[in-house]
Ligand binder design. Structure first.
Ligand code: UD1
Length: 417
């Protein structure tokens, strides 16, 4: 039952609703370690990565519960700053706990985190920047962090890393003095985290720009009971591309189109019609368009690396050439070999791939190499002739809630098998 059976060429029609973003929820949940009261997050999807992080929090003495799609997290009873090894290896997001745990307990122990299998995922920048706030790190296979007191500092990020920016926000919002993060990540998920903490009394300024200033406060207060995270721009983008490869017409409810500007710019006018409103995207295909030219992934607001594998699958269905350069995770191209099994014509040279379209893709037995690679194979399967069997459904479930069910409601033939 760890497979999806995708029968191609069924047009997608209708409405689909997207939930809160995985990459917003993970740091939000990690930031609850800073709180001694319960908060509820609204519109929450059921995702494996989220559940693993919640289990880590539970193993350290915290509590959580779901009430339909509201997730309540209560870290008032947290007592143990040891991230269990097995869970830490399962998800990369365990790294976000470093900032909040060191702030609350002044010590943390863990192992190096796991994550998606698309290449090296170093944590040097996380550790180096925490050191600037006064943290001592003993760095081997096991990590021990300790501090007498966190003190604000001016920190330059060599790369505008999302996770490092979020970790530093969490570590500094209760630190002594002022922290300035230069070349900070501008992703909407960073803004979402800052908004949440500010609603509880933190003083974080400039989130969404390349310079964030955090004035340390003594304590965060239960000024709000509920918080609605931003919706998942990657889930939105994935559904847009699923619909296009089938020649369909769908409405995506809950989508904030501003967060998908680069994707919309790329596919707009390419034989599809897009209509945007404050919380909906309507997209209608009118046949296969032409190749997308050059796309380079880079930190927000540029084209997101988390949609690279999906647009790669889409570009196989377009007439002409698309060149994609991966500017964030240079080796994130494991899905290429899987797409080739479906007859895709893709050449890889270093951190670039060249897609020669249009090829008729046909169904094959393929394996999700990572979370977004899995989504890419679903897109390819929806547009291909015949039946595609995508193994590794558990990998896809890390970041997509009931994707098969949602696609079936739209008329797709996607079933667990
Ligand atoms: C987050 C997202 C992930 C997305 C990525 C880039 C979450 C849970 N995950 O991951 O889905 O693909 O942003 O948008 O939000 N780097 C280092 N050293 C470090 C940390 C990062 O060299 O200590 C490098 C990475 O290898 C990568 C680049 O910095 O090349 C950016 O990675 P980063 O933004 O940190 O990604 P994550 O926060 O891990």
């Amino acid at each position: 039952m760890n497979k999806l059976i995708v029968k191609g060429k069924n047009k997608l029609y209708g409405k689909v609703e997207v939930k809160s973003a995985k990459n917003a929820l993970l740091p939000l949940i990690a930031s609850c370690v800073l709180l001694d009261f319960e908060v509820g997050f609204l519109n929450v999807p059921r995702l494996k990565d989220v559940d693993v992080l919640l289990e880590i929090i539970k193993s350290m003495g915290g509590k959580y519960r779901y009430d339909d799609d509201v997730l309540y997290v209560d870290c008032s009873t947290l007592y143990n700053p040891e991230i269990p090894c097995e869970e830490a290896r399962k998800i990369r997001a365990s790294i976000f706990l470093l900032g909040s745990l060191i702030s609350r307990f002044h010590k943390v122990s863990t192992v190096r985190p796991g994550g998606c299998n698309f290449g090296e995922r170093p944590i040097d920048m996380h550790l180096d920047t925490l050191k600037k706030l006064g943290v001592e790190v003993s760095n081997g296979e096991y990590l021990y962090l300790r501090t007498d007191k966190l003190k604000g500092s001016k920190i330059f990020l060599p790369f505008s890393s999302v996770g490092v920016t979020e970790n530093l926000i969490m570590a500094s919002c209760l630190a002594e003095g002022e922290t300035i993060i230069l070349n900070s990540a501008k992703e909407p998920e960073v803004v979402c985290l800052a908004n949440f903490l500010n609603r509880l009394g933190a003083r974080i300024y400039g989130a969404g720009t390349s310079q964030i200033r955090v004035e340390g406060v003594k304590k965060l207060q239960p000024k709000i009971k509920y918080f609605k995270p931003i919706t998942d721009r990657i889930e939105v983008g994935t559904f847009m591309l699923c619909s296009l490869v089938t020649g369909g017409e769908i409405e995506i409810d809950g989508a904030d189109f501003i967060h998908n500007t680069e994707l919309i710019k790329k596919i707009h006018n390419n034989t599809c019609k897009i209509m945007l409103s404050s919380d909906k995207i309507y997209i209608k295909s009118s046949g296969a368009g032409s190749g997308l030219g050059f796309i380079k992934t880079a930190p927000y607001p540029a084209f997101p690396t988390d949609l690279q594998s999906q647009i790669l699958a889409y570009s196989c269905f377009l007439r002409g050439t698309t060149v994609i350069e991966e500017g964030v995770f240079k080796t994130r191209f494991k899905v290429v070999d899987e797409l080739k099994k479906m007859n895709a014509d893709i050449e890889r040279v270093g951190s670039r791939v060249l897609v020669n379209g249009k090829t008729e893709l046909y169904g094959a037995e393929v394996t999700a190499p990572d979370l977004r690679g899995g989504a890419s194979l679903i897109i390819a399967g929806l547009g291909a002739d015949g039946v595609t069997t995508v193994s590794g459904l558990d990998v896809i479930k890390r970041g997509y809630d009931r994707i098969d069910e949602k696609l079936r409601i739209l008329g797709g033939s996607v079933n667990e098998g």
